[in-house]
Design a protein around this ligand. Structure first.
Ligand SMILES: [Zn+2]
Length: 487
């Protein structure tokens, strides 16, 4: 995600954290499958859905219970872990207070189910019989999602309907146990293994559906005044959609990838956004390794922060200034490599993908002088921001915690989170590149991509890829992550 954008540069955001997931390197036949049939009803702003999930027990032991994240409940009235901080609340809830949530009415194929967790964020499903490690079970979920009026990942926004993190998704596993992550106004709390998705979405006929994976109109499922779309996405980390009336679209093919940009009719220069998407996708493919999906879509929609990444899809805020757009597009596009293709634990180690997304953006802008920001401009802006943060926090709190491996919920707010994950994150990769040389640094990133694409990499996995190119570089990483270096 790109949270907000500085006046000069187009900002610098990011996260931080640590620890490893136990479930790296699953073979293709061990993927979960989610088959979702849903209809959006605009009058009530609800999504009525049925989902058949083919779940593989991801733990190393027999399980009698599976756990799923219920992300929409963060939008419910009374949620403790709200999706938006007070600072952004007014901009997000454009029409005043508004609430959403998810109601799971039935889970078929299990012994019982229960909404639980610290903040009604977890669906516990007790199985009829123990499920061996790596074995499969099929469960059928019936649920309704209520959408709030909010410019966020999930909501009826001022620019369209954003439909992300809307279905019960299997919790990440760490040390053999399901992680019960809480929504956080800081960063992106979602940690998913790749899975196979088959989604049929029924919408009012007047709507345009924006998807990263291409949508086929399914005429057999359509009823009067409605259209049904079928989306198939195998081996991806998530699926998300945007839909609404009045979207225009520009599409271009580049290096075998269909790149599309969806935008509101009043937008003045859509071609420049498509160009930034195309150039950044091409640059990262060349620098880090080839893009894996057949399509890439950018959409301008209502979103309270700068932008948000999903596999093959980036949401860009309709509130951005023209000058901010290239760096936001470049940042979100970089997440296709760092988050989507190479996964990491964004909840506990946010710097890993945000720092890399920022570093990739700096490299991209440095290689494309037309955008008017040099590599050094970009890094210097982050250094200024971080030093100011350090000074403020040291004075106010007596000290500043600059360790980087921290859960999202441990940050005091947007300011601390942004400076640790994004600013310190990009400075880390700049210093690593300076110490080992840019050529070796890029080779290490290529190795990281090649080794961990379609998996979830720990910080140790990342650092090991750099260590192979430059023995001893892990000490530099450690000094940053442990908060010992001076910037
Ligand atoms: Zn980001």
């Amino acid at each position: 995600m790109k949270k907000f954008v500085s006046l000069a540069l187009g900002s610098v955001l990011a996260l931080a954290a640590a620890a490893g997931l136990a479930s790296c390197g699953k073979k293709q036949n061990k993927r979960c499958g989610y088959n979702i049939k849903a209809e959006y009803l605009p009058d009530t702003q609800t999504l009525s859905a049925e989902m058949t999930a083919n779940i593989v027990n991801p733990t190393d032991a027999s399980a009698d219970e599976l756990k799923f994240q219920l992300w929409p409940n963060a939008f419910r009235e009374g949620a403790q872990n709200k999706p938006v901080s007070d600072l952004y609340r007014k901009a997000a809830y454009y029409g005043g207070e508004s609430y959403g949530g998810i109601t799971v009415t039935e889970v078929g194929g299990c012994a019982s189910f229960d909404v639980c967790g610290e903040d009604e964020n977890i669906l516990s499903v007790k199985l009829k019989s123990p499920l061996g490690a790596g074995k499969r079970v099929s469960l059928t979920f019936t649920f309704d999602v209520q959408l709030a009026n909010v410019n966020h990942r999930l909501g009826v926004t001022e620019g369209g309907v954003n439909l992300a993190n809307f279905y019960p998704v299997l919790c990440a596993v760490k040390d053999g146990a399901f992680c019960e992550y809480l929504y956080s106004a800081n960063g992106d709390p979602f940690v998913n293994e790749i899975a196979d998705y088959d989604v049929t979405l029924t919408l009012p006929a007047s709507y345009t559906l924006v998807s990263g994976f291409g949508a086929k109109e399914n005429e057999e499922s359509a009823t009067e005044g409605k259209k049904a779309y079928h989306v198939r996405a195998d081996g991806v980390r998530d699926v998300a959609f945007v839909f609404g009336e009045d979207f225009e679209c520009l599409t271009e093919n580049a290096d075998g990838v269909e790149i599309s940009y969806y935008y509101p009719a009043e937008e003045s220069d859509p071609a420049s956004v498509l160009r930034a998407a195309k150039e950044s996708l091409s640059f990262y493919s060349e620098t880090f390794g080839g893009y894996l999906y057949p399509r890439y879509t950018v959409v301008t929609t209502g979103f309270v922060y700068g932008g948000m990444e999903f596999p093959a899809l980036s949401m860009i805020s309709s509130g951005l200034r023209q000058s901010e757009i290239p760096s936001v597009v470049a940042h979100e596009t970089a997440h296709q490599w760092w988050y989507s293709m190479v996964g990491s634990n964004q909840y506990e180690c946010a710097w890993q993908d945000e720092g890399l997304a920022e570093y990739s953006t700096a490299l991209f802008l440095g290689a494309h002088p037309d955008y008017g920001v040099t590599y050094r401009d970009f890094i210097s802006a982050s250094e200024r921001s971080f030093r100011a943060f350090y000074s403020v926090f040291s004075q106010v709190n007596g000290s500043a915690d600059t360790t980087m491996n921290r859960p999202l919920t441990s940050f005091s707010g947007d300011y601390e989170y942004r400076n640790i994950a994004y600013d310190k994150g990009v400075i880390l990769f700049d210093r690593v590149s300076g110490a080992m040389g840019e050529r070796k640094c890029k080779a290490a990133l290529k190795r990281y991509f090649e080794t961990y694409k379609n998996r979830i990499a720990t910080p140790e996995d990342l650092i090991a890829c750099f260590e192979r190119s430059s023995a001893g570089i892990s000490e530099l990483f450690a000094s940053f992550i442990e908060g010992k270096c001076v910037i």
